[in-house]
Write a protein that binds this ligand. Structure first.
Ligand code: MN
Length: 548
């Protein structure tokens, strides 16, 4: 039995999870405490030559083990093949990491479930039950619960074939499938995440006590900022040539390339009371002119594009892959870790001509990855995302942003706020090389919970919009691979063509500040006047203080 406060903590944890991100049903475990005692069990999801789940029961000082190709299930009508494999040492109990290719069991392993077990009444001595080919146990895990039978059926290819199945009891769930639950109960990570960035490797040739080898991680240590290239704005002659192209478009010579432009008079952003309509020609011109300011946030990164081919009031789609009509000079990056069906080839916008090409595609909202292509698992920014709900105001967002200002100031951490161009405020915090998304997400969560605790009536931690009662959400879950925020100076899909703009901390107190104050027409004048306060933070190797 858990003490009540542990149960409460678990409840809270469950309410925090973003169910839209992982396909775990509500109530599923995330990182949990390891079981104790001498009757533990573990199930490891092991991607070796073939995917299987290793079910291991602690008995007599070893882990008696079966490999279950389809994974154990709570479905009492499903019987799973379970191949009896050699006992494993206790040291292997909570192993999660990578077994080098070529070694026995080479592949990646996560701790998919753990807990304790009890023999079913009348089973007798557990080791004798294994020898006798019939094991009946009650499992008390994070996922597996209730009575299981594991029964020997015969031999094939020199291996004992058993069947594992759940009894019809209160814990049984029809149709339950292990593959719907892809995360580790030890770390919350998937096999892919562990494989990409393991904490530990297992050397099967070493004695068990020495077999788990921590992976040396390059600890974030600070150092000089990463160098950022610079780019030139278009010349007056280049801009005049753009203006001379007819409504159908044509070839524009810019940035040393020839970019084919089409449909230049198409209205992408309708007019507002203050702003005229913005055509594709206007957006192309804007992308060319803003390039020296926006490219520091895009170069070296994959960029996800929100495309509005018929304007922002018509249907849009997210485009991650390189368009088929992309010119040869456009830089591309292949995500070697892409899952089957996931985008493999991304655009890297690292020169003005690339931004011009994207504008012609009506890719008007650009979301660069938080990580760079050379280290996709390592964020370069920690993001704080103040996301106002329908019944909260921009004033609420400002109150929260000022609280973050105080918190970061107190911690001695540099960051910079930015209006989104829509309703919210983000704060971008540069981080040193070597962090992982788990690190930045956990750090931002801690700061956000401290900030939120000072104004509990303003903030909701509920994941589903309907449950938030219109309150503001402090969203730390954007600190994950391929979850992105809008680039500084990117346009937003709204009438008048507003843009997302970094601001100084002092501007939070400017009574004229609005989240959509600047547009593709006005932001260049602002840059001439006050510059970009976020730009000096690009590539800064900031070590985040430990928050305990
Ligand atoms: Mn295995």
């Amino acid at each position: 039995m858990s003490p009540p406060d542990a149960t409460d903590r678990l409840e809270r944890y469950r309410s925090m999870r973003d169910f839209e991100v992982t396909p775990e049903p509500s109530g599923a475990p995330g990182p949990t405490a390891p079981p104790t005692g001498s009757a533990r069990f573990v199930v490891q999801r092991h991607r070796a030559r073939r995917l299987h789940y290793d079910v291991r029961l602690e008995m007599g000082g070893v882990l008696v083990s079966w490999a279950v190709p389809k994974g154990p299930t709570l479905d009492p009508d499903a019987k799973r093949l379970a191949v009896h494999v050699e006992d494993h040492p206790l040291e292997y109990f909570d192993f999660e990491g990578v077994i080098p290719a070529g070694e026995y069991g080479g592949g990646d392993v996560i701790v998919w479930d753990w807990g304790t077990w009890e023999p079913a009444p009348r089973m007798g001595d557990p080791l004798e039950a294994v020898a006798g080919g019939e094991v009946h146990v009650d499992l008390f895990g994070e996922r597996l619960r209730g009575r299981f039978a594991i029964v020997r059926r015969g031999r094939r290819d020199g291996k004992e074939q058993w069947l594992m199945f759940h009894k019809h009891d209160d814990a049984a769930v029809a149709g339950w499938d292990a593959e719907d639950h892809p995360t580790s109960v030890k770390s919350g990570r998937t096999n892919d995440e562990v494989a990409a960035d393991p904490d530990t490797t297992w050397d099967s040739n070493a004695p068990a006590a020495e077999a788990a080898i921590p992976v040396a991680r390059r600890a974030p240590v600070g150092g000089p900022p990463r160098e950022v290239p610079t780019w030139a704005p278009p010349t007056d002659d280049e801009l005049a040539a753009l203006d001379e192209l007819g409504p159908k478009g044509g070839e524009w010579h810019v940035d040393g390339e020839v970019v084919k432009l089409t449909n230049l008079e198409k209205v992408l952003f309708p007019a507002t009371g203050d702003e005229p309509a913005t055509t594709k020609r206007d957006l192309i011109r804007y992308h060319a002119c803003i390039a020296p300011h926006m490219l520091p946030y895009l170069e070296g990164r994959a960029v996800n594009q929100n495309r509005f081919p018929d304007g922002v009031d018509r249907k849009h789609f997210w485009s991650k892959s390189v368009p088929s009509n992309a010119p040869a000079w456009l830089h591309r990056w292949r995500n070697a870790e892409a899952d089957p069906g996931e985008t493999e080839w991304y655009v890297v916008a690292d020169r003005p001509a690339a931004l011009v090409f994207l504008a012609n595609q009506a890719s008007l909202e650009l979301h660069p990855w938080t990580s760079r292509t050379e280290a996709p698992q390592q964020p370069t920014w920690a993001y704080i995302d103040i996301d106002p709900g329908p019944s909260s105001t921009f004033e609420d967002a400002l109150v929260l942003a000022r609280l973050y200002r105080t918190a970061l100031d107190h911690l001695g951490v540099v960051g910079c706020p930015k209006v989104t161009g829509k309703r919210g405020i983000q704060i971008w915090v540069p981080v040193a090389d070597g962090y992982r998304f788990d690190d930045t997400r956990g750090w931002v969560e801690k700061v956000s919970r401290a900030v939120g605790a000072t104004v509990p009536d303003m903030v909701s931690w509920k994941w589903h919009k309907a449950d938030r009662q219109g309150l503001t959400r402090l969203d730390y879950t954007q600190n994950a691979i391929n979850r992105t925020l809008v680039a500084p100076f990117s346009a937003r899909p709204a009438p008048g063509a507003p843009v997302s703009v970094p601001i100084t901390w002092d501007e939070l107190d400017d009574p004229d500040l609005r989240p959509d104050r600047w547009t593709v027409r006005s932001v260049l004048a602002r840059l001439d006047e006050v510059g970009d306060p976020l730009r000096p933070l690009v590539g800064q190797q900031q070590v985040l203080p430990d928050l305990g």
